[in-house]
Design a protein around this ligand. Sequence first.
Ligand code: PGA
Length: 256
Amino acid sequence: MAARKPLVMGNWKLNGSKAFTKELIAGLKAELSGVEGCDVAIAPPVMYLAEAETAIKGSQIALGSQNVDVNVQGAFTGDISTAMLKDFGAKYIIIGHSERRTYHKESDEFIAKKFAALKEAGLVPVLCIGESEAENEAGKTEEVCTRQIDAVINALGVEAFNGAVIAYEPIWAIGTGKSATPAQAQAVHAFIRGHIAAKSQAVADQVIIQYGGSVNDANAAELFTQPDIDGALVGGASLKAPAFAVIVKAAAKAKA
Ligand code: PGA
């Protein structure tokens, strides 16, 4: 089996400005120059994709987005299409983030439609899954992850995960400073990969499974020692170039 190249992606959420975008990317370019062995992506707010597209030129940083609509064009006020994201060179598109599932009531089925739209457009879905604290305490972590993954498999088949990314983000770890332990995360990642392997070993072997939830410059290296953790989706720590760069370098080193 060929080794999976890790992917570290920054999810800026609702943060930034034109000036911040230029400054942070300039910092990342300086910190990451010459770093190999880890794919790097950033997902600024869509407002700033134009600044980001210009600023990342000449670097290994890929562009992403935090959301997309299922419709390609027409009367859909406030939405952003796959074609628009492609127009700015975006590649990795986050869908199903718990904040969207919660605040925008996005269902598993709706998220599967977004996954289909991204595949259709040749973009890379970064499908966020993960359980709440109550579900975790009730021992329902595997059940929740299965349901969220199966929504895509049932709609599109397991092959849809070829070239796709899954981000396992336990909701209780997001923005709380309380990351899952490497062993806890590894157990769930192995479960997710096993669940996909039951349908296709080849798809399971190549799918990138990121961990997300309070990843920072202090805990990243240990998380990346785990065999099924293929990088990270990073929120808070992606807003500071030095911290984000430490995480990227830790992934490159651990998976070399
Ligand atoms: P966090 O966010 O790193 O701030 O916990 C991660 C995420 O929500 O993707």
